[in-house]
Design a protein around this ligand. Structure first.
Ligand code: ADP
Ligand code: MG
Length: 303
């Protein structure tokens, strides 16, 4: 597998991409191919994507002619009414299902299979209940054949990063929802994925934990900057986190509107500031109201 850290000649443990590695945030990363090297980008392209589910007698068209481009290292948040095809979109991006028509591409190549370069985080954490925190984070690294000493160092670093020192030998059932989701996030980031796919990851958390997790996600993401597709029902969460928000119409899902949050959120982006300060800003509230209006009109259309 092609991995950024290895290509840059640094141990994969560095969270702050040093030297040349930093360049991949804007310019893709270099992959050695014999004596040549190519630049591999981490952008996502959805080209005329249609997804139909055929059941007995009936066919459900979940997505219809979905067209969208996510730039490398961009943080895109997807909102839309229930059943509009958001999860379907993420599953296709993860390589877990294939479109009925059209193409989903990562770095210009059609996505065919799941793999550690496309990490997915679900609402229900989906940790292995019989494995400890440490073993859950270790799982992908071990499968990838990383030597034990390197794995252990990396796991220690991520356990510290998510504030779970002292809990490394606990099992998921012994942890709160927020702690479990931290483990799920660490398990994804430790693999240094090219894209991070998150399907309502904080929906099961209480408001306080949700806020902490949003800030924590921003902190970890800023150091690695994988390309992100993040689904949420919370318009507030979308406006806080996103570079751009894509609003999807009711089923069959299509792009209804794309909103550029970076144009409003300032040069350093308001997600770097405390959430409680940001949500008081009038420009934040205006954008939130606009997006909620768009989503609401799709829900009302249905009823
Ligand atoms: P969302 O995540 O936006 O709520 P989904 O992507 O889960 O929506 O589903 C979109 C539509 O496709 C829904 O009508 C859902 O019932 C249908 N659907 C999703 N997955 C399947 C499946 N595996 N088989 C049949 N229908 C499905
Ligand atoms: Mg869903």
């Amino acid at each position: 597998m092609m991995r950024a850290a290895a290509d840059c000649g640094h141990a994969a443990v560095d969270l702050q991409p040093p030297g040349d590695c930093g360049a991949r945030a804007v310019a893709g990363f270099r992959v050695a191919l014999g004596s040549r090297s190519i630049v591999m980008t981490n952008d996502l392209e959805y080209e005329n994507v249609v997804m139909e589910f055929r059941g007995r007698g009936a066919t459900v068209r979940a997505l219809d002619t979905f067209n969208f481009h996510v730039a490398e290292s961009e943080f895109v948040v997807v909102v839309g009414p229930s059943g509009c095809g958001k999860s379907t979109l993420l599953h296709m991006t993860a390589g877990l299902m294939h479109p009925t028509a059209g193409r989903v591409m990562l770095g210009g190549s059609i996505i065919t299979d799941p793999g550690p370069d496309k990490a997915i985080v679900f609402q229900n954490f989906s940790l292995f209940p019989w494995k400890s925190v440490r073993s859950n984070i270790d799982f992908g690294l071990r499968i990838n054949g990383m030597p034990p000493a390197e794995r252990n160092e990396l796991i220690d670093r991520y356990i510290k990063l998510i504030g779970l020192d002292g809990f490394e030998n606990h099992y998921p059932r012994q942890l709160s929802g927020g702690m479990q989701q931290r483990v799920a996030i660490a398990r994804s980031f430790v693999m240094r994925p090219r894209v991070l796919l998150m399907d309502e990851p904080f929906a099961a958390l209480d408001a306080q934990n949700r806020q902490l997790m949003q800030e924590e996600l921003v902190r970890i993401w800023s150091a690695q900057r994988p390309t992100v597709m993040f689904i949420t029902h919370s318009v507030e969460e979308a406006v806080f986190l996103a570079d751009r928000i894509v609003v999807i119409s009711r089923r069959p899902g299509r792009v209804k509107k794309v909103l550029d949050v970076t144009a409003v959120a300032g040069a350093s982006h308001w997600r770097m500031d405390p959430f409680e300060d940001v949500i008081r800003r009038p420009d934040f509230q205006e954008l939130r109201a606009e997006i909620w209006g768009l989503v609401k009109s799709e829900i009302q259309l249905r009823s």
